[in-house]
Design a protein around this ligand. Sequence first.
Ligand SMILES: [Fe+2]
Ligand SMILES: [Fe+2]
Length: 165
Amino acid sequence: MSLTKTSEFNEIINDIINKQEFEALKDELHHGVSRYHHCLRVAKGTYLLTKKFNLDYERATRAALLHDFFTNEDTKEYKAVTTLKIHPDVAVINAKKYFDIDKMQENVIASHMFPICKVKPKYKEAWITSCVDKAVAAYEMYRFKASLVMGVWLIFIFNLIFIQK
Ligand SMILES: [Fe+2]
Ligand SMILES: [Fe+2]
């Protein structure tokens, strides 16, 4: 990303990433990375694409950053499958609690898990965030699982060479 875009992107997200409640996502594991960094990746992808297509990139970027604004504590009463479906609603509640979000931004957050969640993306910005989120999640999970598989193989080889002797 160019320096101008990086600086504009940082300006758009600055108040959110410095909010204590949002910073708490740094301690939450998500696809093998922190939820904070996952949200940043999705926000960056949304920023680049919505800007390229002359959409409302400022509001879309902020909403994309907030799309997974929840902690494991927020969803502890739900099973993993239910959390998959309802965490966008929890993120909307948290986003409304700490930031000003409008109808379009609410839809971006609430629909990012479509078709797993019930809410459908109603705006181009929401479709973009939903697609970026899926691409980023696939990338992060692949990286996470690849290193996991590598770790298991290393332990197996270590065991074969040093312990089995
Ligand atoms: Fe999500
Ligand atoms: Fe996500």
